[in-house]
Structure formats: structure tokens, C-alpha cells
Design a protein around this ligand. Structure first.
Ligand code: HEC
Length: 318
């Protein structure tokens, strides 16, 4: 009988140790979500560099989790599959941690807006915690009904994390709905140009139409238009500019300092949030001053108010 007892004790110890290890990893990940991004450019560049692995790694736990659900169905009928559920759940948990760690590096690098990232980070952590709990239940031979309940929670968490993450990178899937895109195609200005409440009846041409839209069209629409809207920001109409992107409205009428659009273009070129990003066609001549002047004077400014230096003729003279 002796060897059997030793065996039972050892496997009980292994179970205990692995349970504690999983709990520690879940706890550590929770602590990470509470840290604030680094303010150091070199550290941030390294974090972002390693974080580029995130889009590759994040699909592993998603795919593997479907495998575990499949195995769990077999296990429900035949207990000999249990060991494969445990192995699969171990892989899911390990890959989930890797995806979480690399995603966290992107958050910690501070190059993504933290407010937009947090819901994704918290739901990703819920997935790490739920898949860890599932693993513990599977390893400690919990009842099948408990395993299925845990599996439902893991599936909900991975669904939420995946969806919110997808919206951050690709925008809301509904933006790509055919009834929206087909109507837009080939017609940049098919959107309502101004929000109804801001529409003005002026006999003077608006600076926005005459001078601002051409600059945005030249330097920004490539990334912030109907075809693609980086940062979820479309700059092709006043209504869309005010609607803004991931971080909220891009403009505060009359207040350039509070306007995200102005903040981004006036950052130093090497700043990672400078717009247009380094290496792209930059604002030239006095385009930056023109944008600042326009926001300070109100988005309804008309051409008769524009100082001569901003008029096309004198810009051409420069
Ligand atoms: C080559 C592509 C590219 C061009 C050109 C570009 N941007 Fe961006 N822009 C991005 C990307 C990518 C993001 C999202 C990442 C970030 O926030 O830095 C972004 C984000 C922004 C945001 C923040 C959106 C939000 O709500 O978080 C603003 C404002 C912005 N851009 C303004 C501009 C303006 C103004 C121009 C033209 C002068 C411009 N961008 C040109 C790629 C571009």
C-alpha cells in the first residue's frame, strides 16, 4: 500500500502547488491593470515594440478555447477525455497570460488612449481569471456542472475582450455595414456636413469650407476619412469632427488648447501622438497657424474675418 499513498500525496501536493501558482498569476495580472503607463520615451518604445506580438498571440487563446469546449463535450460523455480538458485548459491559460502580458505592454507604453483601452484590459483580465478558475476546477476534478458553468463565464469574458479589442483596432463593425458604406462610396461629402443645431445661414463663405477642409483633405483624410478612420476619427465633415474619435470630440469651438485636433498637430514631430504621424506628409507653411486661428475664432468664422496671411494668394507668395 505504501507506494500508492506516496503517489496520492504527491499528486495532492502538485494540485495544491498548481492551484496556488494559478491564483498568484491571476493576482499579479490584476495588479498590473492598476499601474499607470510609463512616461519614459525609451521604455515606452521598447514596450510598444514587444507589444507588437499582441495581435499575433491574442488569437491563440481564442482558438484553443474552442478546442477545450469541444473536448469538454466529449468529456461529458466519456471521463477518459478529462486529462485532455486539463491539458487544453493549461494551454489556454498560458497563452491567455502571454496575450494579456503583451497587451498590457501596449497599455503601459501609453501610446494608446488609456480610457479606450481599460474596458478591453479589464475584460481580458476577466478572461485570464475565469480560464485560471476553469483550470483549477478541471485539475481538482470538480463536478462536471461546475466545469460547464465556468466554461460559460470564460466564453463570455473572451467574447467581451475580443469584441472590445476589435473595436479599438478596426472600429465598430456596424461602421462597415453595407447600408452605410455603399451609400458613402465615392461621395466624400454624403455625410451631413454640419450638425443640424450648428447649421448657419451666412451669406459669407465659411472658412471651414474654403480653407480648412482642403488642408484636412490633403493631410489627414488619408487616415481619417470614410475609407479608414484611424483612432475612430473621421475628419471629412464638421459633424464627424465634432463627433470625434476614440478620445471624444476632436474640437472645442473657440478653445484650441482644449481641442484634440489642435493638441495633436502642435505636439513636437517626434512625439508618438503627433499628427500627421512622423514620416507622413506634414502640415506646411502656415497651415498649423491657420487651423489654430480658425478654432480660436470659432468654427463658424467666415472668409471676411480671415487675416490676409491665410488667404491663398499670400500663402502662394511665401
Ligand atoms: C498616416 C496616417 C495618419 C494621418 C495622415 C493622420 N493621422 Fe491622426 N491618427 C492616426 C492614427 C493611427 C491615430 C490613432 C493613434 C493615436 O491616437 O495616436 C490617429 C489619431 C488622431 C487623433 C486622436 C483621435 C482620438 O479620438 O483619439 C486626432 C485628433 C488626429 N489623429 C488628428 C489628425 C489630423 C488633424 C491629421 C492631419 C493634419 C491627422 N490626424 C493625420 C493616423 C494618422
Amino acid at each position: 500500500m505504501e507506494p500508492l499513498c506516496v503517489h496520492v500525496n504527491r499528486s495532492a501536493n502538485v494540485k495544491l502547488i498548481s492551484t496556488v501558482a494559478v491564483l498568484i498569476l491571476i493576482g499579479l495580472s490584476a495588479v498590473l491593470t492598476q499601474l499607470n503607463p510609463v512616461g519614459n520615451a525609451t521604455a515606452s518604445a521598447w514596450l510598444e515594440f514587444i507589444g507588437t506580438l499582441h495581435p499575433m498571440l491574442l488569437h491563440l487563446p481564442i482558438g484553443l478555447w474552442f478546442g477545450v469546449l469541444f473536448l469538454l463535450m466529449y468529456r461529458s460523455r466519456n471521463a477518459t477525455y478529462h486529462i485532455w480538458v486539463v491539458r487544453g485548459a493549461t494551454l489556454v491559460f498560458a497563452c491567455g497570460l502571454l496575450a494579456f502580458a503583451t497587451g498590457w505592454m501596449l497599455y503601459f507604453s501609453g501610446t494608446y488612449g488609456t480610457s479606450s483601452l481599460k474596458p478591453h484590459m479589464y475584460s481580458a483580465w476577466s478572461f485570464v481569471a475565469a480560464s485560471g478558475a476553469f483550470l483549477i476546477f478541471a485539475r481538482t476534478d470538480a463536478r462536471l456542472s461546475i466545469l460547464w458553468c465556468a466554461a460559460v463565464v470564460v466564453s463570455l469574458a473572451i467574447g467581451a475582450a475580443g469584441h472590445i479589442g476589435g473595436v479599438i483596432t478596426h472600429g465598430s463593425p456596424m461602421n462597415k455595414a453595407p447600408w452605410k458604406t455603399v451609400e458613402k462610396a465615392g461621395n466624400v461629402q454624403s455625410e451631413e456636413m454640419w450638425p443640424a443645431e450648428l447649421e448657419v445661414a451666412s451669406d459669407q463663405p465659411l472658412v471651414f469650407n474654403e480653407l480648412i477642409l482642403p488642408v484636412l483633405g490633403d493631410k489627414c483624410i488619408f487616415c481619417h476619412g470614410n475609407r479608414r478612420a484611424r483612432g475612430n476619427l473621421n475628419l471629412s465633415s464638421m459633424a464627424l469632427i465634432l463627433e470625434g474619435g476614440t478620445s471624444g470630440p476632436a474640437l472645442v469651438d473657440g478653445d484650441p488648447q482644449a481641442s484634440l485636433l489642435i493638441q495633436r498637430i502642435t505636439l513636437p514631430l517626434e512625439h508618438e501622438h503627433h499628427m500627421p504621424p512622423e514620416g507622413q506628409y506634414q502640415l506646411e507653411g502656415n497651415e498649423e497657424e491657420l487651423l489654430v486661428w480658425w478654432v480660436s475664432n470659432g468654427i463658424h468664422a467666415t472668409m471676411d474675418q480671415v487675416p490676409g496671411e491665410f488667404l491663398p494668394a499670400s500663402t502662394a507668395d511665401q
